[in-house]
Design a protein around this ligand. Structure first.
Ligand SMILES: [Mg+2]
Length: 231
């Protein structure tokens, strides 16, 4: 199968496609659970944090600030009146470290962007907090390869349709590369686009779903394999 000549744009997901992200969230979750380990077992703290995350995402969107609110909600429920100043600031420190962690590009990504640059219009299609996403984008040093960055609220089908309209392309002209089936693959395929799934070893439970059966979904193991379809 070749996609050569079929697309003008190639859209790349950001977190865990361009740069490492989810493992830092899991590390933060682990630190949170350890902090509360004198109150509840680690598993219980993580499970409640996940519930609070799901409650807060529809209200506050994606990103580390929402994760902070989830942690504070979970801690308040677990500790009750014993949620003191020290615990409050320790939780805030976990999120600070998460937001300003060491930055790592995904292996092979720069080589892929370099090979496609000039042959396609490359764009970032990400979701979440605007400041957070733009800060990571600038820090990545990858912006020279990209024609456009779209920071969507949720990566819903509506968000993708709005992005296509903004760039004056049809939904069928979207070619999306990403690690999340729920955010990068399913919505794109459902509006007629094509998607390449590059799985990441750490996937957030929230993002998990079955890969839709479609001849417009391609599965690769390594990001470098996409060059075989595009060049
Ligand atoms: Mg991702």
């Amino acid at each position: 199968m070749t996609l050569k000549g079929k697309f003008k744009y190639v859209f790349f997901d950001a977190d865990d496609t361009l740069w490492e992200n989810e493992s830092y969230f899991r590390e933060a979750e682990h630190r949170f659970a350890l902090l509360l380990s004198s109150f509840v077992p680690e598993k219980e703290a993580c499970a409640l944090l996940e519930v609070k995350q799901e409650e807060n995402i529809p209200i506050y969107g994606y990103g580390s600030k929402t994760f902070l609110i989830g942690m504070l909600d979970a801690a308040a429920e677990i500790c009750g009146d014993r949620l003191d100043k020290d615990l409050y600031f320790s939780i805030k420190k976990i999120i600070y470290d998460l937001a300003y962690h060491e930055f790592h590009l995904m292996p092979g990504i720069e080589e892929v962007l370099k090979a496609l640059h000039g042959k396609y219009r490359l764009a970032v299609a990400t979701k979440g907090d605007l400041l957070e996403q733009m800060t990571k984008y600038r820090e990545s040093g990858l912006y020279a390869y990209f024609h456009h960055i779209e920071v969507m609220e949720r990566k819903s089908t509506e968000d993708y349709l709005a992005m296509a309209a903004k760039l004056d392309i049809a939904p069928e002209e979207i070619l999306m590369v990403g690690n999340s089936v729920k955010s990068d693959i399913a919505p794109v395929v459902s509006i007629g686009g094509t998607a390449i799934h590059v799985p990441h070893e750490v996937t957030w439970a929230h993002e998990m779903m079955d890969i839709p059966a479609s001849d417009r979904v391609i599965e690769v193991k390594n990001i470098k394999e996409i060059l075989g379809f595009l060049l």
